[in-house]
Ligand binder design. Structure first.
Ligand code: ADP
Ligand code: MG
Length: 617
């Protein structure tokens, strides 16, 4: 028998190893940005073409490399960041494994330009398939530029695995934000296909957060700051009113490295409990700094999980630090910028309400849990509002009221619509009754209908929008004084994607450069007309649905718009409006549920009522 084991060629071994470090363009972006940070740059520019598939280039003004180092850098396990195993427990740099450049060189065509301050000339190196193609002196500014072209040009199987450009670009933007957020003292820019998507001047963390996440957070950030011997927590959380329906704006960094941790996320969320509704997510950008020896560095660097020596302590720290910050903020509210300086200096404004409150707020014992009654933001827990499913369950036990078509077994699936609405429909001409500004009671021959006004309107709008997409677009009402809206850079990508459909649906939104759009018109029959607010809420709602991958972009947009434009509970309706609502509802194809499957009305039979009151046997 012949021996069968062979050594893999360097080339294949490199490509296999590269696969672990560089999975997609965004992984290369992360590695190159981190190298630039490690090189001490104060300015880092990222340029991508074709979502990084054609080009990823990072230009920094860091310390550069010597000629020998420039050659060495592309060898596997070549690093300047650790020398001995002990260094691993002191590591402060972003990289240390010496794998990134070797991996990149294995799967792309690389062009490196670099020069140190002390050198007269720089060095230019071209590498392909891990082989040096060209090397020559070059005139260059101090710093490093690495361009990688045609990622996976030599590994077609991987190239085919890449997602669409918007999807890969999204990943790149995410990585870019994670690095840029952690280093506000560094200038960052991101240019995609010749367009500048981000331009982040150096500044404070607060400024960086606002630059990246948008102006809405201006004056809405609460500072979190606790320093102890064991660890430091620094950063910001959004005030409760900025909580959103999407999880997006949440960032944890451990020793400046972005991490994902459901456990620590829970620590923050529970600190917000009672201040925000259960289905909303507060913004946070928190930096935990601790002795690297307290971290398990063997967790793979491209993974975003992290292992702490003592996870429970970190949880308790994070939880208390956020609670503490929120408690302080609620007692001495952050002053609005508009406030006159002389007013700001008044004791009454400056000082917490009472000394006792002040003690409660500022005693920084981290493990102290805060008694709920000491928090101004403590909202008394409402007697659990009955969810409609509960309502359903209760109703069924108290008599067999005809509601089984709202099969709640699968709230997502639209219940099969019984075509016998005709039986429900013919209400007589008597007045309708609105209760709690949320429900409309409609009498009909069989008994009465209890209509949820928002759900009903959502259904009506959904069908109207869906019809507009397939048929005649919705008329636009020109705005007299067009207003500009500035979006967070990441949101511009979404808006651009939705623009054609938004136009059909009656919005006239025109790109104005620099993440700004001009709103020229809104749907002619839109109910509430705080136009800009409406667009922002729509986007918010859309992003919320976007976490739900199973729907098309268009379906998400339709659902977002109908939800966002629907008349909400709390809106008082006139007789005419109520009648119209109910009438149009029953003209819908599927009048009995919202697009997401919530019931729009319940039907109560007189017979059943009579039975309940012992009037019928
Ligand atoms: P690691 O970052 O883990 O050390 P890399 O493969 O990312 O490994 O980089 C290898 C080495 O190349 C680094 O240790 C550093 O010395 C050098 N290097 C990489 N990028 C840069 C840069 N932008 N500026 C200066 N030196 C760099
Ligand atoms: Mg590196």
């Amino acid at each position: 028998m012949q021996d069968i084991i062979q050594l893999l060629s360097d080339n294949i071994a490199n490509q296999i190893a590269a696969g672990e470090v560089i999975q997609r363009p965004a992984s290369a972006v992360k590695e190159l940005l981190e190298n630039a940070v490690d090189a001490g740059a104060s300015e880092i520019k990222l340029i991508v073409n074709d979502a990084g598939k054609a080009l990823i280039q990072v230009i920094d003004n860091g310390k550069g490399m010597s000629e020998t180092d420039a050659r060495m850098a592309f060898e596997r396990h070549a690093t300047s960041k650790i020398k001995s195993i002990d260094d691993l427990f002191r590591i402060k740099t972003m990289g240390f494994r010496g794998e990134a450049l070797a991996s990149i060189a294995a799967v792309a065509q690389v062009e490196l330009k670099t020069k140190r301050d002390e050198d007269e000339v720089g060095i230019y190196i071209e590498i392909e398939n891990s082989l040096v193609k060209k090397q020559e002196p070059i005139a260059a500014p101090t710093g490093t530029s690495i361009a990688m072209k045609n990622l996976f040009f030599n590994v077609p199987a991987r190239r085919n695995f890449l997602k669409s450009n918007p999807s890969e670009l999204r990943h790149i933007v995410d990585e870019f934000i994670r690095v840029a957020m952690a280093f506000p003292e560094i200038f960052f820019s991101l240019n995609s296909n010749g367009q500048e998507v981000f331009h982040l001047e150096k500044g404070s963390l607060k400024q960086r957060i606002v630059q990246i996440l948008g102006n809405n957070y201006n004056a809405k950030l609460v500072s979190v700051q606790e320093r102890t011997d064991y660890l430091d927590i620094l950063g910001f959380v959004g005030k409760p009113e900025t909580a959103k329906k999407t999880r997006g704006d949440q960032y944890f960094f451990v020793n400046n490295r972005f991490i994902k941790s459901a456990y620590l996320n829970h620590a923050v969320m529970s600190a917000f409990a009672e201040m925000i509704s259960k289905d909303s997510f507060p913004m946070y950008t928190l930096f935990i700094d601790l002795d690297p020896a307290q971290l398990d560095i063997n967790v793979h660097p491209t993974k975003q999980e992290i292992k702490f020596e003592d996870e429970k302590i970190v949880y308790a720290f994070v939880h208390s630090a956020v609670k503490h910050a929120l408690a302080q903020f609620s007692i001495s509210p952050t002053l609005d910028f508009e406030l006159d300086a002389s007013i700001q200096n008044l004791d009454a404004v400056n000082k917490p309400i009472s000394e006792i409150n002040k003690r409660d707020a500022s005693s920084s014992s981290l493990f102290q849990t805060f008694a709920q009654k000491n928090q101004a933001h403590f909202v008394e827990k409402k007697s659990e509002l009955t969810h409609w499913k509960d309502f359903y369950n209760k109703s069924t036990t108290s008599g067999d009221i005809e509601i089984d078509k709202y099969s709640t077994k699968n709230a997502q699936a639209i219940p099969v619509f019984e075509k016998n609405v005709e039986n429900e429909k013919p209400w007589d001409n008597s007045d309708l009754l609105q209760v709690h500004n949320a429900y409309v009671i409609v009498q009909n021959y069989k008994g009465y209908l209890l209509v949820n006004q928002q759900n009903a309107h959502e259904r009506i709008l959904y069908e109207r929008f869906a019809n507009a997409i397939t048929g005649k677009s919705i008329a636009t009402q020109q705005i007299l004084f067009p207003s500009t809206i500035e979006f967070a850079p990441a949101d511009v990508i979404i808006i651009n994607e939705l623009l054609p459909d938004l136009t059909i649906l009656g919005y006239r939104l025109e790109p104005f450069g620099n993440n700004t759009f001009v709103l020229q018109g809104t749907p002619a029959d839109m109910q509430h007309s705080s136009e800009i607010n409406a667009i922002e809420k729509l986007l918010e709602q859309y992003k919320h649905f976007s976490s739900d991958m199973k729907f098309s972009k268009r379906e998400k947009l339709l659902r977002s718009m109908s939800l966002q434009q629907s008349i909400k509970a709390g809106t008082s309706l006139t007789q005419k409006e109520m009648k119209q609502l109910v009438e149009v509802l029953f003209l819908c194809d599927i009048p009995n549920t919202t697009p997401t499957g919530k019931p729009t009305y319940m039907s109560f039979k007189k017979e059943e009522m009579d039975r309940m009151f012992g009037r019928l046997i």
